[in-house]
Design a protein around this ligand. Sequence first.
Ligand code: HEM
Length: 435
Amino acid sequence: MSPAKLARTEFPSDEGLPLFGHVFAARRDLLGLLRRFHGHGSAVWTRAVGLRILCLLGPDATQLVLKNAGEAFSSKLGWAHFVEHVFPGAIMTMDGREHRVQRRIMQVAFTRRALREYVAAMGPRIASALDDWAEGERRIYPVLKELTLSVAASTFTGDVQDAAAINSAFVHAVEASIAILRVDLWPTPYFRGKRGRDYLFERFSRMLPDKRSGDAPDLFSEMCRAESEEGERFRDEEIVNHMIFLMMAAHDTATSAITTMVYLLAKNPEWQERLRASMPDQDHLDYDGLGALEELGWVLDEALRLYPPLAVIPRMTVAPVPFEDAVIPKGTLVGIAPVLNHHLPDLWTQPTAFDPERFSDARAEHKRHRYAFVPFGGGAHLCIGQHFATLEIKTVMHGLLRRFRWSIPEGYELPWQIMPIAKPKDGLPMQITRL
Ligand code: HEM
């Protein structure tokens, strides 16, 4: 091996404070930190609360990890630390054959036919929830979170009874997934999260017999009936675990995206008016009607580009992986960073500017590299709820644009908390006026 090659087997490192590493800097300005790492190269060692992480940066590195040609990057081991204790049996914590089988079955609950049914159920519910909204100065994030949680509870289970208890159990389970202190003792967030999960498991298990025997169009029932082309079906416990994880995967991400859109449209009122003028004059839209909202689709993509709800994605290597002129050792926790790809100046024109038309067919900046735009990930674990999310978000935005005009004070900049799922630290206060 040449001396140059020997030197490159250790990737550059930027580890920050002893013990805590860069955890505080990441909370303050994750994108700035990732840009600094990228200045060192495409693979940079860092540290966060005792974990040593190799950041793999830029679209080529993202492609290597998400395409995962040799199956050397484990999603199971990458996510285990965050997800396994409160979301056991989650599809994201599966690899290889097990993942392929579970995904094949789950896919049946996300076909176009099933999505049409979900949209038909959620459209009137969202419209009537928005009819009840008060105008005035409001923190929009908590209100949107409540809305998406109740949409998920009703569309997923067809049952809005106990919605408040289900929602609070979820909120606790999600908080426990990032708890640093993992002690199962009251009153820690971890304890509350574990009890939240127990409640959900018991609640969904009780609903299972009816869902198995019925023919309702909700996601829970679809999951009970789902059968892959190979004839595989879910066992009872698998369905309950998947339902719990699906609800968690669906609600914070969608809330984050809607909040960002609302914020960007308040900052760019000409786009708010442009979209409002293009909204069909209908109380709610069906699957095809939502699909036709092209400009709203650009604004959604631009919001996901600027503020991807999942800014970084973890994996762990289960075999040595050659990278550039070096080797990533087996057992390395790696992180890829969609948020960095979304801001690279060689891929995007004026990357920090709000410019939805960059997603138009004429410009199609997102096609400059296959992994330039990855808010929903890619490869085997590509978000299974991508189309569901798009339909739900468009339904909410259509309802909001038709009913309200909203604004923020001149010069206001949203204080974002990027990890674990992007959200505004101040709840995003804004002035809402009914039209
Ligand atoms: C704007 C909204 C959403 C965003 C940005 C988003 C983002 C993502 C990303 C980046 C991944 C890949 C994670 C990885 O590779 O480790 C993912 C996976 C997943 N998402 Fe979403 N998601 C959204 C909405 C939803 C919704 C609405 C659902 C369910 C209805 C959902 C269900 C899932 C599931 C089950 C997985 C794991 C798939 C697998 O491991 O095979 N997501 N999502």
